[in-house]
Structure formats: structure tokens, C-alpha cells
Design a protein around this ligand. Structure first.
Ligand SMILES: Nc1ncnc2c1ncn2[C@@H]1O[C@H](COP(=O)(O)OP(=O)(O)OP(=O)(O)O)[C@@H](O)[C@H]1O
Length: 353
């Protein structure tokens, strides 16, 4: 463990009944880092934050915050957090809530500065019960910083915010980080991680799947989708094509996941498999995670998901949101080699944190 680490998670396992939410996770975050925790629903991100903030205890392993037990008040006084949902006292005005929270800290940020950083000046006299969902969210994140914490943990800070509010919040977080704070945030949005994080930790099924620089992790999740019709072809034949990391069937269309779509199309032709209606698209983050998880757990065997949704528990809204995010994936360069994915993963394994 680095002596400068302000967050130390060592061999941590946390179960909820039969569910293993975190499985032997080891992770250090150094002073002044801005780390994004990325992962699909149920990956274990919130559980990890709850252990670091002392809300829960691990079943095995140790967690340290600023070198102390996270339940120690001395550690907690330097911590600012925003959970996924925050209850605000509806009848208090925004300025009163800021003053109330600030009153719990020895050297709080002046109210005017808090409101200005988060673009909340015009709402100072508004009762929090009258704020929109996005305004409440901005206030909740602002309140995490009132006590000038050295360490900030944010669980999906911009979920539900419109683009403008999201950008205000990103800038406020970047400014606060530039002042020297350590920031860890979870997100489902790749563009949020791209905008904020320097280091990205990908969590899947309770395990750390990747821990690397933003650029290396973007490479790792830059999966493409090759969609085609091939009514007389078996899943196994498609999965056997070099470079294919996942295969899925939706009605009469096959979706192949691959780091290098061009390579897969060449292999398809070389294998003389009959197909029609070929399309190449960016993959959603969820698909990239599935490919990443499958490649990790099945020693690079492709994930075959014949006819079933990739994430059965996903709601229609989440699917729409995933589709929107796939537009972001389109922006990433389309030629990604399996070697680069491999080397990014290797470097994450070889670099002790
Ligand atoms: N209090 C709890 N009781 C039972 N199971 C829980 C509890 N909290 C979390 N879990 C389970 O632990 C796993 C990890 O959940 P967690 O909330 O940490 O994931 P997450 O990555 O934050 O997901 P999301 O992105 O949807 O917020 C999930 O399977 C979840 O259902």
C-alpha cells in the first residue's frame, strides 16, 4: 500500500445473504486522485463506497480512510459524500440547508462560495421542497463539499440532470479536485468518466476487472457490434471467428461483439459463412462490460448469449439510456486490436496500486 493512499481497500469481501456484492477487492486511492468507478447495475460500486464511508463493514478484509477506520469520527470529518438518493428537509430554504450543514464543520466553505460553485445563487431563497429533481441533485452534491472535505465520494452524481446542469456540476467537481481533494465517483455514463476521471476502475460482479488510466480503459471497453442475418449459421460457428468476444441472437439477427469489427468482417468472408444485411455499430457500455466480464471469466472464450437479452433485469428506460450511450461509443476510434485490449488488461494486472 502506498503511504500516500487516503483510501485503502485490502482483500475486501462483502455479502448480502447469498449475494457476493464484493469479492476480494483490493484498491488504493492516493491523495489528490480523481477516480471513476465504472460498472453495470449491481456490480458492487455502491457497496464499495458504503464500506469506504463507514456505513457498512466488510465481511473480510480491511478498509482504511485517511489511515483510520472509516467509522472513526476523525476520518469522517474529512469526508464528503453524496449517496444516490438524498433526503432534503422540504421546508428549509437552500441557504438555510447550506448553513445548517456547514454548522457541523470547523471551517466550512462560505455559503456564497458553495452556491456560486454549483450555480445555485438564484435558488438561495427557495425552499428545497420546491426545487426540481436536477436542482435537488446539484444541492446534494454541493452539500458534500460544504465541510471542505479532503476526500469526496459521489454515487452517480449527475443521474437525472440535464446537459447544462451536468456540465455545471462537472466543472464544480473539477475545480474542487484542482484545489487538492481526492475524488471518487461512480457513474454509468462513459462521457462522465471521460470528462472527469484520470484513473478508471471497472467493477463487474463484485470484482475489479480493470484499473488503469482513462485512455487504457477506454481502449478496453471500445467494443464494436457487427450485426448480420445468417439464418442457417450456428452460434458456435460465429463465436469461433477470430476476434469475436461475444455472440447474441435477437430474432433473426446475430450480433457479434469484437474489438476490431473490420477484422471480424474479413474473417466472416474468409470462413465463407453466408450472411446478409451487415451493419457495424458502436457497442453500448453494457455490451462492452459483458465482453470484458466474459473474456475475464472464460479465458478469452467468446460469450454466447443465444436469444436472451444481455442484461435480463434491465428496464426499458435503462435500455434506452444504453442506446443513447452507444452513440458515445461511436466516437471512439473504430480500429481496436485484440492485442491492445490484451496489453491494457495486462498492464492493469501488472501495475500494483
Ligand atoms: N442491502 C442489500 N441487501 C441485499 N442485497 C444488496 C444490498 N445492497 C446491495 N445488494 C446487492 O449487492 C450487489 C451489488 O450492489 P451495488 O448496489 O453495490 O451495485 P452497484 O454497482 O452500485 O449498482 P447500481 O449501478 O445499480 O447502483 C447487487 O447484487 C445488489 O442487489
Amino acid at each position: 500500500m502506498s503511504s500516500a493512499a487516503v483510501i485503502q481497500v485490502d482483500g475486501v469481501t462483502r455479502r448480502f445473504g447469498d449475494v457476493v456484492a464484493l469479492d476480494d477487492v483490493t484498491l488504493d486511492v492516493g491523495a489528490g486522485e480523481l477516480v471513476g468507478l465504472l460498472g453495470p447495475n449491481g456490480a458492487g460500486k455502491t457497496t464499495l463506497l458504503s464500506l469506504v464511508s463507514g456505513l457498512r463493514r466488510p465481511d473480510a478484509g480491511t478498509v482504511r480512510l485517511c489511515g483510520l477506520d472509516p467509522r472513526d469520527p476523525l476520518a469522517r470529518i474529512g469526508l464528503g459524500t453524496t449517496p444516490q438518493e438524498t433526503g432534503l428537509p422540504a421546508s428549509l430554504k437552500v441557504r438555510e440547508v447550506v448553513d445548517f450543514v456547514g454548522g457541523h464543520y470547523p471551517d466550512p466553505m462560505p455559503r456564497g462560495e458553495v452556491l456560486e460553485r454549483f450555480g445555485l445563487e438564484d435558488l438561495a431563497a427557495r425552499q428545497t421542497g420546491g426545487l426540481s429533481g436536477g436542482q435537488k441533485r446539484r444541492l446534494a452534491v454541493a452539500l458534500a463539499l460544504v465541510g471542505r472535505p479532503r476526500v469526496v465520494l459521489l454515487d452517480e452524481p449527475t443521474t437525472g440532470l440535464d446537459v447544462e446542469a451536468r456540465h455545471i456540476l462537472w466543472q464544480a467537481l473539477l475545480d474542487y479536485h484542482a484545489d487538492g481533494a481526492t475524488v471518487v465517483l461512480t457513474s454509468h455514463y462513459l462521457e462522465e468518466i471521460e470528462a472527469l476521471a484520470q484513473r478508471v476502475v471497472v467493477i463487474g460482479a463484485g470484482r475489479v476487472l480493470a484499473d488503469d488510466s482513462l485512455a487504457a480503459v477506454l481502449d478496453l471497453v471500445a467494443v464494436r457490434r457487427v450485426v448480420l442475418s445468417a439464418p442457417h449459421t450456428e452460434a458456435a460457428a460465429l463465436a469461433a471467428l477470430p476476434g469475436v468476444v461475444g455472440v447474441r441472437r435477437d430474432a433473426d439477427r446475430w450480433t457479434l461483439l469484437a474489438a476490431d469489427a473490420d477484422h471480424v468482417v474479413r474473417e466472416l468472408v474468409r470462413a465463407d459463412l453466408p450472411f446478409s444485411g451487415l451493419e457495424v455499430r458502436g457497442a453500448s457500455l453494457e455490451e462492452a462490460f459483458l465482453a470484458l466480464t466474459g473474456a475475464e471469466t472464460a479465458a478469452a472464450e467468446p460469450v454466447v448469449d443465444d436469444g436472451k437479452p444481455l442484461f435480463a433485469e434491465r428496464s426499458a428506460a435503462e435500455r434506452r439510456s444504453a442506446e443513447r450511450r452507444s452513440t458515445t461509443a461511436e466516437r471512439t476510434p473504430d480500429r481496436r486490436t485484440a492485442e491492445r485490449r490484451g496489453s491494457a488488461r495486462r498492464s492493469s494486472e501488472e501495475t500494483p496500486r
